[in-house]
Design a protein around this ligand. Structure first.
Ligand code: UDP
Ligand code: MG
Length: 319
């Protein structure tokens, strides 16, 4: 499949230190792609620093730069969604603004798309500059997600990936509010191909993630791709009732044979506490799913756009 135009989608949230350098690297890569038109689509996700001004400045000197300015900070998942909706290319690659994803892979990814793949994803073979804790928790998470979800998930894969036209169209049709993009990328299926690379440390600025945000994203990942947690509750319920039933028989038989002196107060308290805790957990999990239903039924738009401009328009406006 011949690609005519490639959109490079960059979600941006407070990345003023990175943008110039990123732009330079992207230009180098784009200039090498002969016969393919490129678009640099910067999605400004409510940055509070000078990111927006920098993007606008880049746009004045380079027609390839497009700007999608969201009305506030919606988070990376939504920023990517908005970018996918506004992309004009017939292939699209998502890349972080902090240069942790080396743009030099784009050529190879594009080749994969032209060879007929729909989703060429960059798979990390190591992660420099990330803490041991983050690496091992992320590994554990992927392993669990893989076990419990109904659709295959790509392990050790971020959002650095390139999509074909039909994969882009498939993604545009997913309108759910509780978005976990990795889950959606897997959900659409089609022909996928990994490319291995070493993830670099962030060149400047600070990561926007903290553990709380990661825990939220992880929970959302589980719940939006799988009904297994709900099933686990039922299984646990059956298991506990079975044990309770056996114990009941035991208690009745024992009372019938040896009589029933009052004893076992501590064991009763611990059983009640155990069951109480289990019930709370179960209610919590059900509540989480209910929460997803709640936010989906509101059918709110996923994002709002403050301003959208392509390089052409910006140039016309400035002359
Ligand atoms: N990002 C965003 N909105 C947010 C948080 C992050 O668009 O609310 C962008 C950010 O600008 C960067 C990418 O998502 O381009 C990845 O963010 P970051 O490097 O902080 O995440 P990490 O690499 O640490 O997982
Ligand atoms: Mg990063």
């Amino acid at each position: 499949m011949k690609v005519e135009k490639l959109t490079i989608l960059i979600p941006v949230y407070n990345e003023q230190e990175c943008l110039e350098m990123l732009y330079q690297r992207l230009v180098n890569v784009a200039d090498k792609l002969e016969e393919v038109e490129t678009e640099f689509l910067f999605v400004n996700d409510g940055s509070r620093d000078d990111s927006l001004q920098i993007i606008k400045r880049l746009q004045r000197s380079d027609k390839r730069v497009a700007l999608l300015d969201l009305s506030r900070n919606f988070g990376k998942e939504v920023a990517m969604t908005a970018g996918i909706d506004y992309a004009t290319g017939d292939a699209l690659v998502i890349i972080d603004a902090d240069l942790q994803d080396p743009p030099e892979l784009i050529g190879e990814m594009l080749k994969g798309i032209e060879d007929g793949y729909d989703d060429v994803y960059a798979k990390r073979s190591n992660r420099k500059g990330e803490t041991w804790m983050k690496k091992s928790t992320s590994k554990l998470y992927y392993r669990m997600l893989k076990k419990i979800s109904d659709i295959p998930v790509q392990e050790d894969t971020g959002d650095y990936r390139m999509f074909s036209k039909r994969a882009i169209d498939a993604l545009r049709r997913l309108k759910e509010n509780e978005r976990n993009m990795k889950g959606l990328f897997s959900f659409i299926g089609f022909k996928k191909k990994p490319i291995y690379y070493e993830r670099d440390p962030r060149i400047a600025g600070k990561t926007k993630w903290n553990y709380w945000k990661l825990v939220n994203l992880a929970a959302q990942g589980f719940m939006s791709t799988s009904k297994v947690p709900l099933r686990l509750i039922s299984i646990m319920g059956i298991f506990v009732s079975l044990i309770a039933f056996l114990y009941l028989i035991f208690v009745v038989v024992r009372a019938a044979i040896w009589g029933d002196p009052v004893s076992g107060y501590p064991s009763m308290v611990s059983i009640i506490l155990f069951l109480g805790g289990g019930q709370m957990l179960a209610l919590g999990i059900i509540g989480e799913y209910l929460g997803i239903v709640f936010s989906e039924t509101k059918k709110r738009p996923i994002y709002y756009v403050n301003e959208y401009s392509t390089g052409d328009v910006a140039e016309a406006g400035n002359d």
